[in-house]
Design a protein around this ligand. Structure first.
Ligand code: AP5
Length: 218
């Protein structure tokens, strides 16, 4: 299984990628998670990425392409993976295509998650996450059992620095300008399947499973 999850911020890519990764036992490769961990650990990558993330802008292509190149060399990748949040520009997509051709591999399917802007803003504004085990919650749709505390590891939950209202709007604008063109790009390669991301996590997951099975890669 070699999949790409495409879609605007807050559409639920990370939530669905996590579930699919657990179901099919393949890694979820999230460039957002890798960058946030680097920021948290204050590495040189984190220092470079922080100002872009906090401003709702994309981290430069060469930086994220290198992250993915290194990640794909890890031993859990040959059996497959779900790319969550990469590629996000045509340049990243071209670089990924080249990397895979070099190893005789291809992307099998691109799932494009769709949701209204109004609902995206609602989901992002209510998101809280655990900085320790990365479990994601939503105050409105999927709250933790105890307010402000992770159900899994009991760490205090945090709001992502880029989930502040002005940054959310910036991220949506950046998505329209830089990432949306990937829809036609992958449509042209006959890899795209649209997924209606409205409804509960469970409803959306059923659509994801159905798409993967129809694509005959599950
Ligand atoms: P990244 O972490 O990739 O963020 P994103 O794409 O903006 O996506 P999000 O994580 O915000 O949303 P999601 O679709 O995963 O939704 P989630 O499942 O969490 O990137 C962050 C930043 O890093 C970028 O802005 C950029 O600076 C940098 N970056 C990352 N990758 C890069 C790249 N390739 N190139 C350059 N820069 C890069 O769900 C959202 C909320 O909704 C949660 O609270 C969840 O619980 C809830 N929810 C999920 N599904 C449902 C549902 N069905 N019903 C109700 N609530 C739901």
């Amino acid at each position: 299984m070699r999949l790409i999850f495409l879609g605007p911020p807050g559409v639920g890519k990370g939530t669905q990628a996590q579930r699919l990764s657990e179901t099919y036992k393949v890694p979820k490769i999230s460039t957002g998670d890798i960058l946030r961990e680097a920021v948290h650990k204050n590495t040189s990558l984190g220092v470079k990425a922080k100002s872009f993330i906090d401003a709702g802008m994309l981290v430069p292509d060469d930086v994220v392409i290198e992250i993915v190149r290194e990640r794909l060399k890890e031993p859990d990748c040959p059996k497959g993976y779900i790319m969550d949040g990469f590629p996000r520009t045509i340049e990243q997509a071209e670089a990924l295509g080249k990397m895979l051709r070099e190893t005789g591999s291809v992307i099998q399917q691109v799932l494009n998650f769709q949701l209204s802007d109004e609902e995206l803003v609602r989901r992002l504004s209510g998101r809280r996450s655990c900085p320790h085990c990365q479990t994601v919650y939503n105050l409105a749709f999927n709250p933790p059992k105890q307010e402000g505390v992770c159900d899994q590891c009991k760490s205090p939950l945090v709001q992502r620095s880029d989930d502040e209202p002005r940054t959310i709007l910036k991220r949506l604008e950046v998505y329209q300008r830089q990432t949306r063109p990937l829809i036609s790009y992958y449509e042209g390669q006959k890899l795209l399947t649209n997924i209606n991301a409205a409804g509960s996590v469970e409803d959306v997951f059923k659509r994801v499973i159905s798409a993967v099975q129809k694509g005959k890669i599950g």
